[in-house]
Design a protein around this ligand. Structure first.
Ligand code: GLN
Length: 316
């Protein structure tokens, strides 16, 4: 039973609850406490937050609005819907897959288990790309996003760059249709071309073409993958996480192929895992038309985004 002295917020204190029964749980406040208890028992650190987000989702209201309705009764069908959400969460399914939504770059994205849940760290990649384009005064950049997933990077860039045209590539039509939905929701669908295939393959290399290649490729070492939290290892798509031996497979291919697609002076901006910077920079050194420019840290200070630039002249 919860120690009510430790409740961190002003939610009303419910009567004693049966841990697994919803029979005597009637109000919003009681449901939150019931779910928080269940989730905490399952070892979920964010039990209170998750309980509130899932109840707000079930009731189709904002989380803030929950606080204005604490004493309201909840219908049996809403209770059942909420219970189903909580049970899913007890199996360590990520909240974003249960609600089908995740915020990124202050925009709401639909997500499903076919795509990685957008992470705040990836906003550093968007920010880096925007800085490079702004500094070079390219007003109508041509950008390619490889492994677009939910489309979060492509859509965030498109909303910030009203004259950009973006190509977004991923390996299945089902993934692209989700990315496309997100692009339409944020009214940038007409400026993103969606193409199905592997990395650069669906965009035929003509003359070097793009100002910017961006990517958050799979970069987790498969051995490490099995040690990650269950929300990641059991629920998120392995194909979006598993970067092969040392997590570096994709960088080798990207660095090898990208000079053929970048105009001279164009950039490759890629997310990396912590402690991968040196290895990725070394891989880049073997690709002479590319020069390593910088590495930017994420909000926790870990190396997160590398930038390479295609040199003006391709040396023989
Ligand atoms: N940043 C993600 C994680 O640590 C991995 C993303 C990726 O492999 N591209 O779970």
């Amino acid at each position: 039973m919860k120690n009510i002295q430790t409740l961190p917020t002003p939610l009303a204190i419910p009567p004693r609850l049966q841990p697994d029964s919803l029979a005597c749980v009637e109000t919003v406040a009681q449901l939150v406490t019931w779910a928080e208890d269940r989730l905490r028992t399952c070892g979920i650190d964010t039990s209170r937050l998750d309980a509130e987000v899932l109840l707000a989702h079930t009731l189709h209201i904002s989380r803030a609005c929950l606080y204005t309705r604490l004493q309201e009764m909840v219908s049996d069908s809403q209770k059942n819907d909420f219970q189903r959400c909580v049970v899913r969460r007890t199996r360590r399914e990520p909240v974003a897959y249960i609600t089908g939504r995740q915020e990124f770059w202050s925009l709401e994205f639909q997500v499903n288990p076919r795509v990685l849940i957008p992470r705040p760290d990836t906003e550093v990649l968007v920010e880096t790309a925007l800085r490079l384009l702004t500094a070079s005064r390219i007003t109508a950049p041509r950008i390619l996003d490889m492994g677009t997933g939910s489309g979060c990077i492509a859509v965030a860039l498109a909303t910030e760059l009203p004259h950009a045209h973006i190509w977004a590539v991923d390996r299945t039509r089902a993934i692209l249709s989700l990315a496309q939905k997100n692009a339409h929701t944020h009214q940038v669908g007409h400026r993103i071309t969606f193409a199905c295939g592997d990395l650069l393959a669906p965009v035929s290399p003509g003359p070097p073409f793009f100002d910017l290649l961006v990517t958050n490729p799979p970069y987790i070492d498969p051995q490490v993958l099995d040690t990650l939290q269950p929300e990641v290892r059991a629920w998120e798509p392995r194909a979006a996480l598993d970067g092969g031996a040392d997590g570096l497979d994709f960088y080798g291919r990207l660095l090898y192929d990208s000079p053929d697609y970048l105009r001279p002076g164009g950039w490759l901006v890629a997310e990396i895992g912590e402690r991968q910077k040196d290895a990725v920079v070394r891989l880049g050194q073997t690709q002479r038309p590319l020069r390593f420019q910088m590495c930017r840290p994420d909000y926790a200070g870990r190396d997160r985004v590398v930038v390479f630039q295609r040199t003006a002249d391709v040396e023989p």
